[in-house]
Design a protein around this ligand. Structure first.
Ligand code: UT7
Length: 319
């Protein structure tokens, strides 16, 4: 028996407005054919008035609490992964905390862009295993639509808004987070970044990306970190029931699966419906596959993501 952080429940939230590729083609020089062929994306949700990273995050957290059958006031840690906070400060996690009606717990944001949920999950797991917290909500929430350059077809068609959350609890047993591995390499800043910030331009800025170069790094880094996390648990790709990947591009998912010898039917794919929701994409995909019955208790999951920084990471979880 080992003390581990167990996922008690999952939840997610999407903005009301759903935007198709054809809708976007009315706005920028693109087409449904190009977007589907190059990315696998068909739809994305875009936040409207009153929908923010914190409101979406709180909604996802409420659904996760309900699925876990846990009262909000028993939570002692909230970690929110986001690159699009409601305000530069305070942390949007504190806004989520207030929206959930929790008046005293640890609450902070983690910034690792698309890998943010893996970073947040790993930090929460460490805090639970060291006894700093017993029950945690880990959230990935983003409103990337608000930092997109809607004139730049090379980026604006790729992203969407949303949130996903898990409730974790420390328990003795076989289930839970078995291992996490995280990496960063700041030399690649200029391949994927936002051209503004409080300490440089004093503005929020817009997303800039050299997509094909990010693509090459993503396939190599993701295959390597997934192998690393499995090796650390003594498991192999053959033991994996489901890969829950960051949903950036269907071609990245295929190429990574091929590298590990994993069949495509073990990869959870939601990029067609949600596009790239950055830190929200892994918990959104996880909640989708839990709720539609694909992911079952006792199964082995590998969660993985890579994003700006670069940052990348993976987690092996006995669900
Ligand atoms: O979440 C963080 C991690 N992010 C990623 O993992 C993203 C990784 N990168 C990608 O997913 C892909 O590189 C993209 C989907 C961004 C781009 O696909 P690509 O196959 O690498 O295309 P490309 O950038 O090499 O562009 C090919 C062509 C270019 O035209 P020319 O120069 O060949 O004439 C682009 O101008 O496609 C053109 N193009 C478009 N055409 C129609 C770029 N964007 C569009 C567009 N619609 N939206």
């Amino acid at each position: 028996m080992t003390f581990r952080s167990v996922i008690l429940g999952t939840g997610s939230a999407l903005p009301k407005q759903r935007v198709s590729n054809d809708d976007l083609a009315q706005r920028v020089d693109t087409s449904d054919e190009w977007i589907v062929a190059r990315t696998g994306i068909r739809f994305r949700h875009i936040a409207g008035e009153g929908e923010t990273t914190a409101t979406l995050g709180a909604q996802a957290a409420r659904h996760a609490l309900a699925a876990a059958d846990v009262q909000a006031d028993t939570i002692d840690l909230i970690i929110l992964a986001t690159a699009t906070p409601d305000q530069t400060f305070p942390a949007s996690a504190t806004k989520v905390q207030a929206l959930l009606g929790i008046h005293d717990c640890i609450a902070f944001d983690v910034a690792a862009v698309c890998s943010g949920f893996l970073y947040a999950l790993s930090v929460a797991d460490s805090m639970i295993r060291t006894g700093a917290a017993r029950r945690a909500i880990v959230i990935g929430a983003e409103t990337f639509s608000r930092i997109l350059d809607w004139e730049d077809r090379t980026t604006c068609v790729l992203f969407g808004d949303g949130a996903g959350a898990v409730v974790l609890e420390g328990q003795e047993g076989e289930a839970g987070i078995l291992s996490t591995k995280l990496h960063a390499d700041g030399r690649h800043n200029e391949l994927l970044y936002v051209d503004g910030g409080p300490s440089t331009t004093g503005t929020v800025g817009h997303v800039r990306m050299k997509g094909s170069e990010v693509f090459r790094h993503a396939v190599v880094n993701l295959a390597t970190v997934m192998t690393e996390v499995l090796d650390s648990t003594g498991l192999t790709p053959a033991d994996v029931d489901w890969v829950v990947p960051h949903q950036a591009n269907a071609r990245i998912l295929d190429a990574t699966a091929r590298k590990l010898g994993l069949s495509a039917d073990r990869i959870v794919v939601t990029v067609d419906q949600h596009a790239n929701t950055s830190a929200a994409s892994v918990p959104l995909a996880l909640d989708t596959a839990v709720r539609d019955g694909r992911i079952q208790r006792g199964q082995l999951l590998v969660l993985e993501a890579m994003g700006g920084g670069f940052t990348w990471g993976a987690a092996a979880v006995r669900y």
